[in-house]
Design a protein around this ligand. Structure first.
Ligand code: AMP
Length: 631
């Protein structure tokens, strides 16, 4: 079926459309009702149906493709490659599930997973899914405070971590971060399960609390753990993401809707059939990592390539070498990663036989045209920009080459994916924006299967964060957008205080809180500023407390360290300016957008509400002086 017809059916006859798509997965009990919209903006897909993500990702393929590769975990850091067939994956997942059960983990319990891109992270996720436990994978680049916030919200029964990760040949110990997070947490789990790759010779264990996965695994080598069938709308996993407050939101995903969205998208969007190979370079700690490093390809009976390491190490040809070796058909990465490669010689793109590679999907941040051209020309394959959010779990705006390749339009991720009924709304009037007019991108409920079902234990926050912006009940994406006459949408950046650093979503509030924890800081404002490589970087403006004798440069370095220690290196402020006052409205609201405009030398907008015009002058002076030395 062609795209237009496929999309039209998904919108005009959602129950019929999704009822058909539901057949792509295995149900232990078939759904009784395809869509329940009786309590908007909540919606429930495939009500009464029981299924299991692990069964669909592993067991279902054993008869037909047990010996086929399910997972290839390659680390250019540890110089290891693990080629895992579906049969072996089944064995490892059962062992892991048995270990979880032996630690008292069962249906509905949360399990925090803090690991890099390694095979055991995939086993752990699937093992949780198998027994109905809810996993919450925390990105390994996040530091102790970020981890503690997520632990406190999820209240896990168990935390699983690696001893360490590696980056560019340098060992990054995870365990001390776990220890610090648990010390800070108000509800630390009783056990920490360590998958020890022996990267950290200083690894310490807390007796009684910390357990060694290898030892426990050895006790369950032949384990067969029955699948726990879950009603379609039970939670499958949590994935925390930044919002406008300092507290991250626990995006809650369901079981059946997500499985169907994965089965549909891997085929129709990513053009991957059973037996073909998908290489997603994301980290398992992000939304793309969940969906297209793990669940999508496995539910689709494909081979998932999982890569730990930099795109430039041991050399900038490593990804293309892997594409040749494993005959990758679809690759998925981010614009930032391609910009990193763009700094290298383009001949690396031509060194390997990429005749099997059909598509390069890029997502997570705006794709600039020079980067898109460079990589398209270099690889000779179409580049598919696609737009989504942690909340959606799969692309909302994309082209669908698995059905039909519509023309690529530079600067636009394309057209709505099935089930996404979209509008662009004028922020002030709430009316639909005209073609070519900028507005807020919204989705008309019901959100399609795969999108978040709620915010973990906080339905009110779900409604307030996403559905309270317009008089009509609409999901606000919190992104600016423009639609052209052909229905292609361009994304123009966030409407809220979220910034996007190298495809990583960070809340400016979180960074401000961290900076303000420095004892010399009175108040801090953080804005995202354009950066050639990373898209945006955080920039800090801070006022200091009275009587601070330490030099500004030293305090600035201290602020950066606070952020690295508490939130992780991804959030490290690129520049710090110490100022006398921050620009605020008379009611005390920080004018972040004006501040951002001043840094980027664009129009600072309406300043009539500004309380103290001297604050602006002060910022201008600071900018012309330059950031604090050494920071
Ligand atoms: P995350 O939840 O981390 O996936 O971040 C989601 C945000 O990233 C969106 O709200 C957008 O602001 C941005 N984003 C994701 N994909 C794209 C894209 N293809 N083009 C432009 N912005 C994007």
């Amino acid at each position: 079926m062609r795209y237009d017809e496929f999309y039209r059916q998904s919108i005009e006859q959602p129950e019929r459309f999704w009822g058909e798509q539901a057949r792509l997965i295995h149900w232990d009990t078939p759904p009784q009702q395809i869509l329940d919209q009786s309590n908007p903006p909540f919606r429930r897909w495939f009500v009464g149906g029981t299924t299991n993500l692990c069964y669909n990702a592993v067991d279902r393929h054993l008869a037909e493709r047990g010996e086929q590769l399910a997972l290839v975990a390659i680390s250019s850091e540890t110089n290891t490659t693990q080629e895992v067939s579906y049969h072996e994956l089944y064995r490892e997942v059962n062992r892991f599930a048995a270990v979880l059960q032996s630690l008292g983990v069962g249906q509905g319990d949360r399990v925090v997973i803090y690991m890099p891109n390694m095979a055991e992270a995939v086993y752990a996720m699937l093992a949780c899914a198998r027994i109905g436990a809810i996993h919450s994978v925390v990105f390994g680049g996040f530091a102790a405070h970020n981890l503690a916030l997520r632990i406190d919200d999820a209240e896990p029964k168990l935390l699983i971590c690696a001893d360490a990760g590696m980056r560019g040949g340098k060992v990054i110990a995870y365990k001390p971060l776990v220890d610090a997070a648990l010390a800070e947490s108000s509800c630390p789990p009783p056990h920490v399960l360590i998958v020890d790759r022996q990267l950290d010779p200083q690894l310490t264990r807390v007796p009684g609390r910390d357990l060694d996965y290898a030892r426990l695994r050895a006790q369950h080598m032949d384990a067969e753990v029955p699948v726990t069938w879950l009603e379609s709308n039970e939670p499958s996993y949590l994935l925390y993401t930044s919002g406008t407050t300092g507290k991250p939101k626990g995006i809650q995903r369901d079981v059946g809707g997500y499985a169907v969205a994965m089965a549909l998208s891997i085929r129709a969007i990513f053009d991957i059939a059973p037996g073909q190979v998908m290489f997603s370079t994301s980290d398992v700690g992000w939304a793309v990592g969940h969906s297209y490093n793990v669940y999508g390809p496995l539910i689709g009976g494909a081979t998932a390539l999982l890569y730990e390491g930099l795109p430039t190490h041991p050399d900038p040809g490593i990804w293309w070498q892997l594409c040749e070796k494993y005959r990758v058909r679809t690759m998925f990465s981010s614009p930032t990663a391609i910009r990193v490669l763009k700094k290298q010689d383009a001949s690396w793109l031509k060194k390997y036989d990429l005749s099997q590679l059909k598509w390069l999907f890029l997502a997570g941040e705006p794709l600039d045209e020079p980067t898109a051209h460079w990589i398209t020309d270099g690889l000779g394959v179409p580049v598919i920009d696609n737009y989504w959010q942690t909340e959606t779990g799969w692309p909302a705006i994309t082209l669908m080459p698995g059905l039909e390749l519509k023309p690529v339009k530079w600067g636009s991720p394309g057209l709505p994916a099935p089930g996404y009924r979209m509008k662009v709304i004028n922020e002030v009037t709430g009316a639909e924006a005209a073609t070519g007019e900028k507005g807020v991108l919204v989705f008309v409920p019901p959100l399609p299967p795969g999108c978040l079902s709620t915010v973990w234990r906080d339905d009110a926050r779900y409604v307030h964060s996403y559905f309270s912006h317009f008089s009509e009940l609409l999901y606000s994406s919190l992104d600016w957008a423009i639609r052209d006459a052909d229905g292609y949408t361009n994304i123009l950046g966030r409407t809220d205080d979220v910034i996007n650093v190298a495809g990583h979503r960070l809340g400016t509030r979180e960074i401000e809180e961290s900076v303000a924890s420095h004892p010399a800081v009175a108040e801090a404002a953080v804005v995202g500023v354009h950066d050639e490589l990373k898209g945006q970087v955080p920039v800090v403006f801070a006022t200091l407390k009275q009587g601070i004798t330490e030099s500004n440069a030293s305090v600035a370095r201290g602020m950066q360290q606070c952020v690295v220690d508490q939130l992780g290196g991804v959030a490290r402020p690129a520049r710090v300016y110490v100022v006398n006052a921050l620009p605020k409205t008379r009611s005390g609201k920080l004018l972040r957008r004006s501040l951002q405009a001043l840094v980027q030398q664009t129009d600072p907008g309406d300043l009539s509400t500004l309380d103290d015009p001297a604050a602006l002058e002060d910022i201008r002076r600071a900018l012309s002086r330059g950031p604090e030395q050494g920071a």
